[in-house]
Every structure is written in structure tokens, then in C-alpha cells.
Design a binder for this molecule. Structure first.
Ligand code: NAP
Length: 262
């Protein structure tokens, strides 16, 4: 039997992370281009919340899910998650660094910058570094599996788009958030270089403008204003996991087949 592809998604108890988990759990191995069946670790800061959500998710085609406690600003939490994945699965095949925040109401710009960098950039870097040994581990038996790291960045982190008056978010500010997502793109570019000879493919991914609670948003209002269902983001991310965007390696890959310059 084909080895399961072991995936971990951070910040997966709601929003885009949860949509990515759901998309993977629906994937059918009969499509030869994909990597199913999956075992998906649903990362959640609140373990009980994660467990309750995981228990209610429909699974099919041999895909499975379990919750894992993961607070990306805590080395202890991240190291415990590594130990759990190692004990249960022996390796990690796909790491999706999705957890992130936008905190536009913090009044002090330096505090806002520091808080957002701690989560959106340093947190993601901490998670990748901690999981590196498991990402470099192949199944004990059978064929080698393709390894991946996906950073959920944002078109707001595209420096090229900041100068484009036609860019949908041109007139919005969000300076601190934009800076962290640009830094996350650079982290993806650095890791694409660092891991290029070690069989790990790295992408930066823009999930589009999705109707979630990011930054205190109200999903219903965002939908009315044109935000997409997070499902769209989830399926686009699954396309990356399943190798459908591999030729687009030096751009920020987005939904609907779109890309952004870094
Ligand atoms: N929504 C959009 O339009 C959009 C566009 C571009 C990029 N993105 C990016 O997509 C990603 C997901 O955002 P979303 O829209 O789904 O937002 P969301 O609904 O607010 O979900 C954010 C997730 O991240 C988790 N999280 C926050 N801080 C964390 C930490 N320190 N450690 C671990 N987990 C943490 C949250 O957990 P709790 O529930 O415990 O708070 C939650 O699960 C983010 O990186 C965001 O920047 C979103």
C-alpha cells in the first residue's frame, strides 16, 4: 500500500488553514497526479478546540486527520509538536505554515511591527527549523516521497504590487502586515535555495482575499464585499501540495491560477 503523505497545517482550527485541511481530506488517490491518501495534523493553539473540529470533519479515500497543539511563538509548543509527529508518523512530508495575524488596531507602529513579525515571520521560521529533521526523513520502506514547505503569505507582501495602482489593495495601508508578508516571501525564497538539493520544494502562496476572521474581520461582510469562500484558498493550496504549481517556483502563487511578482 502507498505510504500516506504526512501533512501539518499551522493555524488550522479556522479560516484558510481549516479550508486547506478540508480540501486535503476530500482528495482522492485515484487521480494519479496527487499525493493522497493524507494524514493531516490540524494545528491549533487550543488543543481541545482542534480535537473537536477534527472529530467533526468528514474524511474519505483513506485520508485521516488528528489535532495537534501548536502555538508558533512558543519553542516548547513547537518542539512538543515535533516530538508528537516523530512518535506517531516518523516523518513529515508537507509543512504548511499558515498561522498568521493582522492586528491593525494596535496603535503603536513599533509594537505592531514587533508583534506581527514575532508571529508571521519568526513563528513560521521557528516551525520550519524545528521540523527540518522530520522533513528530511523518508519513509522506512517503499518509494521516496516528495517533500514540501508552503508559506501562506499574501499579495500584500508583493513589493512589486505596492507600486501598482491597479492592484486591488493599492489604496490600503497595512504597512506592518505587508512588511511581514514580504519577509515571509523572502524566507520562502531562502528556503527554496537552502533545500534545493535536499528534495524539498518550497512555495510562497497567496490565498486570495478570503472571507475569514483575519484582523477581526466579519466573514459575511467580507463575502458581500467580494471576498472568496476560504474553500477556494484551500483547493488552490491543495494544487500546490499535489504538484500542479511546480513550474511556478519563483513567484508568489495565488488562487485562480494567478501569480504575483515577489
Ligand atoms: N483572509 C485573507 O484574505 C488572507 C489573505 C492573504 C493572506 N492570508 C493569510 O492566511 C493565513 C490564515 O489567515 P486566515 O484568513 O485564515 O485568518 P484567521 O481566520 O484569523 O485564522 C488565523 C489562524 O492562525 C492561528 N494563529 C494566530 N496566531 C497564532 C500563533 N501565535 N500560533 C499558532 N496559531 C496562530 C489562529 O489561531 P486562533 O484561532 O487560536 O487565534 C487561526 O487558526 C494567515 O497567514 C494570513 O495572513 C489571509
Amino acid at each position: 500500500m502507498m505510504a500516506k503523505t504526512i501533512v501539518l497545517v499551522s493555524g488550522a482550527n479556522r479560516g484558510i488553514g481549516l479550508a486547506i485541511v478540508k480540501a486535503l481530506l476530500e482528495s482522492a488517490p485515484s487521480d494519479s497526479s496527487n499525493s493522497a491518501p493524507y494524514h493531516v495534523y490540524l494545528g491549533s493553539r487550543d488543543l481541545q478546540k482542534g480535537k473537536d473540529i477534527a472529530a467533526g470533519l468528514p474524511t474519505s479515500h483513506g485520508n485521516t486527520v488528528s489535532a495537534i497543539q501548536l502555538e508558533i511563538t512558543s519553542a516548547e509548543s513547537v518542539n512538543n509538536a515535533v516530538a508528537t509527529v516523530k512518535a506517531e508518523s516518523g516523518r513529515l512530508d508537507v509543512l504548511i505554515n499558515n498561522a498568521g495575524v493582522n492586528l491593525p488596531t494596535i496603535p503603536d507602529e513599533a509594537v505592531k511591527m514587533s508583534t506581527l513579525y514575532e508571529i508571521n515571520v519568526i513563528g513560521a521560521s521557528r516551525v520550519t527549523d524545528a521540523f527540518k529533521p522530520l522533513l528530511l526523513t523518508q519513509p522506512a520502506e517503499g518509494e521516496k516521497v516528495g517533500k514540501r514547505i508552503i508559506y501562506v503569505s499574501s499579495s500584500m507582501g508583493s513589493i512589486a504590487s505596492r507600486f501598482n495602482p491597479k492592484f486591488a489593495f493599492y489604496s490600503q495601508e497595512y504597512t506592518a502586515y505587508r512588511c511581514t508578508k514580504a519577509a515571509l516571501c523572502m524566507l520562502a525564497a531562502c528556503h527554496a535555495y537552502d533545500f534545493k538539493d535536499q528534495g524539498i520544494t518550497v512555495h510562497a502562496f497567496d490565498p486570495g482575499w478570503a472571507a475569514t476572521e483575519l484582523g477581526g474581520g466579519d466573514p459575511a461582510t467580507i463575502r458581500e464585499m467580494g471576498g472568496v469562500d476560504p474553500k477556494v484558498s484551500g483547493f488552490a493550496c491543495r494544487d500546490i501540495v499535489e504538484g500542479k504549481r511546480d513550474s511556478e517556483s519563483e513567484v508568489l502563487v495565488s488562487i485562480n491560477g494567478d501569480t504575483y511578482a515577489w
